[in-house]
Design a protein around this ligand. Structure first.
Ligand code: FE2
Length: 538
């Protein structure tokens, strides 16, 4: 089977062709302000260039970033575009039919950036929905819906957000994203990371991809072209595309956007017992640069987040009026290396090192200062790896989590307590199951004060169908009395905050290896404003 036939079959498999044909009706929209040059004869594309959909993100009171990428052949180098810049029109309207268009313009899709577009729309009104679309040549994109943040001095009635991540394309269907797309009155989605897994996925000669085809996981990706192709595979998924088109995203990254368990400038191949041949940091830096560029190209991010060499500015603060400040953290770039290897082990002496860094000194100060001066009811720490202590049978801890950086955790928690910050809610993921718990200043002392509340979202698909519990769950909950909830189904976490309380619902799916799973709730909890700690919800 040639690559085109393979591509078409794969599109059919994941339902994209149906979507694309339906959307071609949108081609009747008015031409964009500028008549852009296009590949092929005249202004037409030989194939529809919006195969990767649309997205929005970084909501502010007066604007939002809208995103697309031209890719008529999404799995080909440069998405099948000729290597010349192309002007693309965009429009933002107050209604889904684009009767009341409030902004329009053109932007340049450049080959250097994989023909991605990141339009920083400004001049919008706060706290309301908008609809957007793009036009290239004669082709129109799908319509996306987004929402601006409340004005800085406003007291919004609520903030309703989803925390989700860990989407292994080969482990299951992205049905959870379809359910996210259909969540009502959602303000935004926080994606904590593991948006891709750094494996090739589709192997040459394979007829398709998806849960039926397990990836050969040892075969990692390294180059910009590799990472671009991987993001394109993901964005062809109709459920993920629907979630992006339905809600603005606030995106972060964890390890698999670059390399499993990377830390600072240190690759997983770190010269330790599992990988005796280390990748030198200056070589790993080139891989980081490629990975960050591809991540930026495919995410609804602004120019501020453009990578500079192997570094990217990803921690930032999104205010939600006087109700909440969302602090998006970066727990990968500035951490020191995992102290006793990357695995789940009995802690070695190095775990207790006083100089442990998870956020790095500058981000740690930025976070604590930001929380202290905020004044908002909720301080949402939107981050990646589990903050709470999770002691496993045999007294082991996972070295890739905050558990391997206890000095850094204590500095953060003591800083929260010293500043009288009472609304800290920690969002995390990474472990492919759902947890809720009380974050105590000293996690080994049940009398120690609770200074924050943590909710760990399960994975979208990583790990396959899962189960309600594991054989060792009772023992883990017994060893860690601050852990109040565990579930091992796939899904995501819904947070609904008002000035009085935050309701948290763990959305779960009974299966992901077959399509079409219903949405089922597994656990509802409440946090009262000013009183950190998990309470049972109704
Ligand atoms: Fe993951």
């Amino acid at each position: 089977m040639d690559s085109r036939a393979r591509h078409i079959l794969a599109l059919e498999r994941r339902g994209l062709l149906r979507g694309a044909l339906g959307l071609s009706a949108l081609a009747a929209i008015q031409p964009a302000a500028a008549q852009a040059p296009a590949p092929g004869p005249g202004l037409g594309f030989r194939r529809w260039p919006f195969t990767l959909g649309v997205a929005s993100g970084e909501p502010a009171p007066d604007g939002v970033v809208i995103w697309t990428r031209l890719a008529p052949e999404p799995l080909a180098p440069l998405g099948g575009m000729p290597a010349a810049a192309m002007e693309v029109g965009w429009e933002v309207a107050e209604d889904p039919r684009f009767v009341r268009i409030v902004q329009r313009g053109t932007a340049l899709a450049r080959p250097e950036l994989g023909f991605s577009l990141h339009v920083e729309v400004a001049g919008l009104a706060p706290a309301r929905p908008y609809w957007y679309r793009f036009r290239a040549g004669r082709e129109a994109s799908p319509v996306g819906r987004t929402r601006t943040a409340p004005a800085p001095d406003a007291a919004p009635a609520r903030l309703r957000l989803v925390n989700a991540g860990c989407q292994h394309l080969e482990h299951g269907f992205f049905t959870a994203w379809r359910h996210v797309a259909e969540e009502e009155e959602l303000d935004l989605v926080f994606h904590y990371g593991d948006y891709i897994y750094e494996y090739r996925g589709v192997q040459p000669g394979q007829p398709s991809w998806g849960p039926a085809v397990r990836t050969h996981e040892g075969d990692e990706i390294h180059t910009l072209d590799d990472y671009r192709r991987r993001y394109a595979q993901y964005r062809l998924d109709p459920d993920l595309a629907a979630a992006h088109a339905a809600h603005p995203f606030l995106v972060s990254f964890d390890d698999h956007e670059v390399d499993n368990n990377w830390a600072g400038m240190i690759s997983e191949e770190d010269g330790g017992a599992r990988f005796p041949v280390a990748v030198p940091p200056e070589v790993f830096a080139l891989r980081m640069q490629a990975a960050f560029q591809a991540w930026w190209e495919h995410m609804p991010l602004g120019r501020d987040a453009l990578p500079r060499g192997p570094a990217i500015a990803a921690h930032r603060r999104i205010p939600w009026g006087r109700l909440a400040d969302i602090h998006v953290l970066d727990t990968r770039q500035y951490r020191d290396d995992q102290p006793c290897g990357d695995g789940v082990v009995r802690p070695c002496d190095a775990v207790a090192r006083p100089e442990a860094q998870m956020l790095g000194a500058a981000q740690e100060r930025w976070l604590l200062d930001g929380m202290a001066s905020s004044g908002a009811t909720w301080q949402v720490l939107a981050q990646q790896v589990v903050l709470m202590r999770r002691e496993f049978p045999g007294g082991t801890l996972s070295m890739d989590k905050w558990d391997a950086y206890p000095a850094a955790r204590t500095r953060l928690l003591a800083g929260i307590r010293e500043r009288n910050v009472t609304g800290a809610v920690v969002l995390s993921g990474d472990v492919h199951n759902a947890w809720a718990g009380d974050v105590r200043l000293d996690p080994t002392d049940e009398r120690s004060p609770v200074v924050a509340t943590e909710f760990v979202a399960s994975s979208i698909s990583s790990g396959g169908d899962g189960s309600e519990a594991n054989a060792n769950t009772p023992e883990i909950l017994r060893r860690n009395p601050h852990l109040r909830f565990f579930n091992n189904r796939r899904g995501y976490c819904l947070h609904d905050a008002t000035a009085e309380r935050m309701e948290v619902t763990f959305r779960a799916l009974p299966h992901v290896t077959r399509a079409g799973a219903p949405r089922e709730d597994r656990g509802r909890f409440v946090v009262e404003a000013g009183k950190p700690g998990v309470q049972q919800g109704g």
